[in-house]
Design a protein around this ligand. Sequence first.
Ligand SMILES: [Zn+2]
Ligand SMILES: [Zn+2]
Length: 980
Amino acid sequence: MQPLLRVTVILAVLLLPLHAADFALMVDGKAAATIVCSPTAPLPVQYAARELAVFLAKIAEGEQPPVSATPARDRSNVFLGTVADQALAKAAAVEPSDLAPGGFVITTRPDGLYILGGDPLGTLYGAYDILKKHGGIRWLFPGAEGEYFQVKKTIAVPEQKTIRNPYLTYRWMELNSVAVNKPYFDTREWQTRNYLIPKCLPVHIRSQQHGNHIRELGAECVSIGGHVLTPLLFGGKYPRQAEVDSLFQEHPEYFPLVNGKRILLDGQKYQPCTSHPEVIEIMAKSLIAKATDPDCTGLIIIGNNDGTGWCECENCRRLDPPEEAAKNRVATRYWTLVQTLAQRVWEVKPDAKLGGWAYQNFWAPPTGITLDPRLIVCISFNNQCWRHAITDPKCSVNREFRKLYLEWKNLGVQMYNRDEIAATGSVGSNFLPAEKILHQNFLDYPSLGLSGSSFCIVPPPPDAEVYAPLRRNIMDERNLRWAAMWQTNYLSAQFMFDITLDFDALYEECNRLFYGLGWEGGMKEFRALLTKAFAETPGCMGWGQNAPLGRCLDQPGVQEQLKALLAKAEKAAAADPDPRALQHVQRERDIFAYTWEAARVTYLESYRELTAFRKTAPIAIDGVIEEKDWKDADVMTGFMIPPWSKKEYQPEQTFFRVVYEPDNVYIAIEAMEPTPDAIIAEKNPQDAPHNKIGNSLEIFLSYPDMAVEYFHYTINSAGSIIDARHGPNKRDLAYNGDVEFATKVLADRWVLEMRIPTAGIGMKCFDGSTWRLNIARNRRISQDSSELSSWGSGHFHGIDNFGVVKFTPVRPTGLAQGHDPSAWKNASFNEVVENATLNQYRQWPATWKTTLVPTAWKVEPDTVGSTRLHPESSSNYYVELEKGIIGNWFVSPAAKLRITFRASGQGKARLWTGKYEAAKGKGYPFKGTTGSLTFEVKDDAWQTFTLDTDKGDEPRLLVRFFHQEGIVRIDDVMVTPTAE
Ligand SMILES: [Zn+2]
Ligand SMILES: [Zn+2]
């Protein structure tokens, strides 16, 4: 027995990581200290003591250390309190001024370990800091599913005096899209464990059931705030309509004057008359009552009703400085109200925290009033771009906001950012890998004048569900918004408190815990690729920019790679002993399907026409698609198998993009190929017989002047070309386009990059032109068969089946980027939408017989017709007109235009064009008819018609078809410049 005993003793010594100077909290599962906390200490401090005891026992799988009002004599003590307790601060040798609110000190003294907060919440953070740092626990996600630790029998704190103060003063989260009166303890506990300041409402803090715990969590109670102008006018409560009506009867002068008449507030659309002294008096009284509520010390934001309508009475308008009035801005008027009300509150409660926001038509600071430095400004630029950091010079959206931040900063007021990233309906709720962007923003906060963030999120299940009226899709049904953004939420919380932390280390640590074996098994690569795909998609992504999420999967093969990585990770995570690893990977697989993949389907269905942008830099024709213009280009895919195909299969996908300049069209095509070694293609002389071409791509190009003719280029992966001019009954191989091209066969695809000189085709690429294009593919990897597919619904030849390419000078930037910049939209009628999904101003009349309507086009009331598919096509639409008028705008400086269209049916109609000035106030002034063509159709054969017109210097041309007799079918209405 002797030798064995000796071994045991040595092992025990080795396992015990205690140094002489360490302060032991748990030793071998036994409590080694007493936690000392005054029973009169603030609730968060008492809670900190209990949490420390509970979690020490949990982590050490042992007994809970006792929590006592007095120090133990027989063992060491942990003292919890705040620096407001002078005796404690002295014993801990801490200067109270060294700690900010939310800050804490952890110090080992001869008589014990001290955890003192700059305020009660600081003490709670301090206790959690000990547990995180020395117990190894992490709270990555609200609730039990996010708690991670490994059993550690012995927990000790090394000798130290550590002071941590928060980086940002305001570290809030806004719990959006859920019922406001529920406590959501999982989420609020998660917040305190991750250094955030939970917020609550009087309904929480005064609740019999929840009030005590809400107070323990140090939640700041906010008595009123947000869109409050109507409530302030009605004693602090949202009024019933009858109360509004009766006040309107009695005092119409309290209500906004709009177009010369006092009107009701119309929900949140308008503000009351904010210059009326009685209105101000009523609002001040309501606000004072709320602001002096002893339970509520949180910041009150005096925000406008959620609409841009303001009173137009003389007194209100007098408040607007001319430069603001000229821009329809109301900053001075808004801040005059906020400041007037705030001053009234400060007369009775000087330390009340009050502020307003920079929002809607008052983003910029006021020019006609000097703000009291006690006011706190909430910056709420809802359109902020999340693809780029605020300071990223590439970002055309945030660039404008940066100027505004600096204007605000110059005023010297305290301000924080409302990061509306992950609320339901905001772009970030759709699984944006934005954690690194947020980290950069937080780094830049001081330079922008920001000292805090209010982060909008949706609390997760099990204790939260999305508010029923907002549950519009499966993400909300299952309430996956937090799960989709958990890294951003978790990491942002860490950096709001401490920006010096190492991003890469934290990122790696949290993901490794959360996905277990799934992280190295695939999730790490998945996240990296997802982030790359998000970051490298052209344009910005923020609310109001309508940047399609589906475009993030434009890069060929990325969607398949992402799915493969998820599948790989799922397999790896299944071997993890912690079942959460697999659950987390599987949930992410679902989220990816519900967000990115679903958006991809919608994107491919809605963007049937390719917008090509003008070339800005040289493009080398070398088969390497790396140039800037290629990266900025829209990418088209969605190749289908021919409708005549006897086999049903999913074709290997093909992706292409187009760039133009007046003298050249550039096309880059990537044909995904899992078995490049099996490709059958040989280098042939030019225009060798088509049956020798093998694995190839076919490019069909036509400008409107060519009517039904087109150029046809067949190029195989070995670098052979056949080029021809083609028509319905002709094929002219004598045509030689002098096309420059290069092919490359890579590991997972083959690439064709080509330049078609316009000198060889007889028409330059004018800005604003609309041409027809088709790309088809003959995938040949076996001697017996080919796999055929094309962009034109599976068709190869036949101009009716071609798609549309729109030559558009530049991709729009800034806040305008949601707008389609092309001169002529939906020439093919192939972009269709369910009428019911359009807003009320754009909806087509009920007389239209189909629920699908073409986008961009509009009809006059009572117009009768339908949106129909060509036979044998699932995506090629035309319109059939039985009565009325259908029209569309062409908007470009080009003057001389050619309009071509196809028509069939039995009847008569008239094409009419007229020119219009740019908008002056409401509508576009009419400047005269420019052309007219009456045409007749007699059968189902489609005929082509042409009308030349000249709109001179006017920017807009209206193109309309007036029905005259019978049934007239119309398709492919191309309007294109014929000269520069
Ligand atoms: Zn007014
Ligand atoms: Zn951007």
